[in-house]
Design a protein around this ligand. Structure first.
Ligand code: ATR
Length: 277
């Protein structure tokens, strides 16, 4: 029998998840159907209840419902607890298992697709919202030399740095700073996890942050050369990436969790890649 999955959000039309999971199912020979579900604002639980009652096996969760899914879950994985948000659910009887694969997807993309090891390197992450929160522990698990979180609202960066220090297994130094404090500092990996690229804004970043040979990575997908990537490029950075690989890798993690087989992401990434210009 065909097992049913879906991605839930509002809006949902833009979601690439059905395309990605359908491609994964084809290459792995899994008999699944994967659709988009639009839930009204305030109607998350009602739509998920109906999907579960009709036999649905699992869901991806996108904006604005990642916190609703956190509240809805019966069993939260450590990744979801640390992120404070859920992006994948699995339904088994009365249980709703919940995960957040965004951070692990980002790190897999950096390590495996972009051949950018983190061990011993200086990593800067921009933003102190949900995207950064989800990425912290997977980044720290790779033992960078240091991790700096920078945010306009400095206290949010400081709070996340304290949280990360408390929960990490390695003993990587983590700092939370404001943008002005970055003057004169340079990093090997600079990750834009702010929502600035969605509104074509530029975080107030000094160009000194890009060390020679640096990778500049925008977690946003599908916006081409964002103001952040443009700044990096104009500052001489030649290694630029957007979040297409992260999108594919978090999907592969969810697929493996649901189906017990991890698909190769190469062809999906090729298919979804938009030139950075
Ligand atoms: P998400 O869940 O996508 O991380 P969020 O929780 O709303 O979204 O967080 C958005 C992050 O982007 C915040 O860190 C925000 O900074 P502030 O906390 O100071 O508001 C950051 N952000 C948004 N627009 C930005 C911009 N133009 N420049 C710098 N940071 C920006």
């Amino acid at each position: 029998m065909t097992d049913r999955y879906a991605v839930i959000g509002n809006p949902i039309e833009q979601s690439k998840s059905p395309l990605i999971h359908t491609a994964f199912a084809q290459v792995t020979g899994q008999d699944i159907e994967y659709t988009k579900l639009l839930a009204p604002l305030g109607g998350f639980a009602m739509v998920v209840d109906a999907f579960r009652t009709s036999g649905g096996r699992g869901m991806n969760v996108t904006a604005p419902f990642k916190l609703d899914a956190f509240a809805y879950a019966t069993d939260l994985a450590p990744s979801a607890q640390m992120a404070g948000a859920v992006n994948a659910m699995k339904f088994e009887g009365g249980k709703v298992y919940a995960e957040n694969f965004d951070g692990v997807g980002l790190v897999r993309d950096l390590l495996h697709n972009l051949a950018c090891p983190l061990k011993g390197r200086r990593v800067l992450i921009l933003g102190a919202g949900g995207a950064t929160r989800g990425a912290l522990l997977p980044l720290l698990a790779e033992a960078p030399a240091e991790l700096v979180i920078v945010n306009r609202t400095v206290v949010k960066a400081e709070t996340l740095a304290t949280l990360a220090q408390k929960h990490q297994m390695a003993s990587v130094p983590v700092q939370g700073l404001g943008y002005a404090a970055l003057q004169g500092q340079a990093f090997d990996v600079v990750l834009n996890a702010t929502s600035s690229s969605l509104t074509a804004e530029l975080p107030p970043l000094p160009v000194s942050v890009f060390a020679p040979g640096c990778l500049a990575y925008d977690l946003t997908y599908g916006k081409g050369l964002t103001p952040f990537l443009k700044l990096a490029s104009e500052s001489g950075v030649t290694r630029l990436a957007d979040g297409v690989g992260m999108l594919a890798e978090q999907a592969a993690e969810a697929f493996a969790w649901w189906r017990g087989v991890r698909p190769d992401t190469t062809s999906v990434i090729q298919q979804l890649t938009i030139p950075l210009r």
